[in-house]
Each structure stands twice: as structure tokens, then as C-alpha cells.
Design a binder for this molecule. Structure first.
Ligand code: KIV
Length: 270
């Protein structure tokens, strides 16, 4: 009898909440296309975030602001199709939810219907509590995002500013949790504030540059694989240098074609 691959079931929003209760850490990474999403899924991540960082790491822009809802849906659909077990969360891009809760419901509804993703993410806490509540009341699971919020770059001035206003950060996280968010990203905040938030709210906190006390961690996959051209902030660990590996391979190919070493006999039909 042949070994059949084990049927995997998809991580759900309640599984995310149960992980916090059980003290099991959640590993989250970003993906934007089919091959990477399939690899991450098979390697066992708990969730994949189709982040609007795609504006920077896929489209080569300086900020996430130009990303549109159609871009997110285009990439989200590929990621969902590639995955069997990871919970897929798709970012709502800049100005696809800030206008009103009604606009947010339209945008999030499109994301869930057209991509098959399980949840959306939006940036905000106190300022988006009404929108988070409206989405949650429409059965649209929402991940909130507080601390450094890339969509606020025009007000903040720079992408890497660490947020230290303890009262505001705690108020933001609590407002998001009270409004019905199922989870919350904490970006670039000191570890003691992240620890306090994690202890004081019931939903899982997913940190990026927020220290080890969060309920889970998220990284931008091309950052941790060394594919973002030397971008190495303190909070990123380089798990591989794929830029170097791929550059060496392509240089070898160019050389082989120029010298006639490729294709060899074994690559040739006779
Ligand atoms: O867009 C994104 O990839 C994100 C992560 C940095 C959390 O929001």
C-alpha cells in the first residue's frame, strides 16, 4: 500500500485564538505569489499575510501607498490557491477602508469573496475601532495593526520610527480587541510595551520588531531570506542569502551559455 499524503486542514480564526490560550506561538510570514505561498504552506507556517509590503518588495516602490485593492486581490487569489493549511490574511491597502466603515465592508467583502482568504488586516487601533466593529459584525475576521503603521508614512516621516507612546499603544491595542479584531500586529514597539499589551488583551499579538513576548511573530519573507538588497534592520534575522545564491546561479548560466558549456549532451534531444 502506498503512503498517501496526510490530509491537512486549514488553520482557522478560532485556532488562532486557541493558540494564545494554549501558549502556542504563531509563526507568520508574508507571501505574494503561488510558488512562495506553496513553499511557506508546506514548510508549516501557521498563517500567511498577503501584505501591502508587496508595493515595495514586488512592485519596487518606496512606500505601500500606491497599492490598490485590485493588486491585493490579484496576489491574494494566487496565495490562497497555493495553500492548504495556512490561514491566509490579506491587507486592505491605503484608502480602501479609511473613508468609512461602509467602504471597508465593500473592500473586505471583495477580498474574501474574490480571493477565498479567511481574514483581512487593516492599520489602526482607536482610530479604526468603528470600522473593525463594523467588519466583525459582518462576520469578516479582522487583524488590526498598531505601532509603526506604514500607511501613515506621510505623517510619520520615515518607515522605521519606533513607537514609544505607551498609553496610546495600549489604548490602540485594547480598542482593536474590544471592537472585535481576532488578532493584532504590533510593529516596531519596545518589548516591555508589547509584553504588557500581550498580557492585557485576549487576542493573539503578532510582533514585528516588538520583541519575544508577543504571541507570535511575522516577518516580510524577502527580508528574512536576504532578497531585499541589504535591507537589514535590527529586528530582521537573515535565515538565508538567496540574493547571493540566485546571483551566483544566474552568473554561472550566463557564463555557460557564452562559453558553450550549456546545453550539454544530457540537456539535448537526439
Ligand atoms: O504589509 C505587510 O507585510 C505587513 C507586515 C510588515 C506585518 O503589514
Amino acid at each position: 500500500m502506498t503512503d498517501r499524503p496526510k490530509k491537512r486542514t486549514r488553520v482557522t480564526v478560532p485556532d488562532f485564538l486557541a493558540a494564545k490560550e494554549a501558549g502556542r506561538k504563531l509563526a507568520v510570514l508574508t507571501a505574494y505569489d503561488y510558488p512562495w505561498a506553496a513553499l511557506l504552506d508546506q514548510a508549516g507556517v501557521d498563517a500567511i499575510l498577503v501584505g501591502d509590503t508587496l508595493g515595495m518588495v514586488v512592485q519596487g516602490r518606496d512606500t505601500t501607498l500606491p497599492v490598490t485593492l485590485d493588486h491585493m486581490i490579484y496576489h491574494g487569489e494566487m496565495v490562497v490557491r497555493a495553500t492548504r493549511s495556512a490561514l491566509v490574511i490579506v491587507d486592505l491597502p491605503f484608502m480602501s477602508y479609511q473613508v468609512s466603515p461602509r467602504q471597508a465592508k465593500r473592500s473586505a467583502g471583495r477580498v474574501l469573496k474574490e480571493t477565498g482568504a479567511s481574514a483581512v488586516k487593516l492599520e489602526g487601533g482607536v482610530n479604526q475601532a468603528g470600522t473593525i466593529e463594523a467588519l466583525a459584525n459582518s462576520d469578516i475576521p479582522v487583524m488590526a495593526h498598531v505601532g509603526m503603521r506604514p500607511q501613515s508614512i506621510r505623517r510619520l516621516g520615515k518607515m522605521s520610527s519606533i513607537q514609544r507612546d505607551r498609553e496610546q499603544l495600549i489604548a490602540d491595542a485594547k480598542a482593536a480587541a474590544d471592537a472585535g479584531a481576532f488578532s493584532i500586529v504590533l510593529e516596531l514597539i519596545p518589548q516591555d510595551i508589547a509584553a504588557q499589551i500581550t498580557a492585557e488583551i485576549d487576542i493573539p499579538t503578532i510582533g514585528i520588531g516588538a520583541g519575544p513576548n508577543c504571541d507570535g511573530q511575522v516577518l516580510v519573507t524577502p527580508d528574512m531570506l536576504g532578497q531585499t538588497h541589504g535591507f537589514k534592520p535590527k529586528f530582521v534575522k537573515h535565515y538565508a542569502d538567496l540574493h547571493q545564491v540566485a546571483t551566483d546561479a544566474v552568473r554561472q548560466y550566463v557564463d555557460d551559455v557564452h562559453t558553450g558549456a550549456f546545453p550539454a549532451d544530457e540537456h539535448t534531444h537526439h
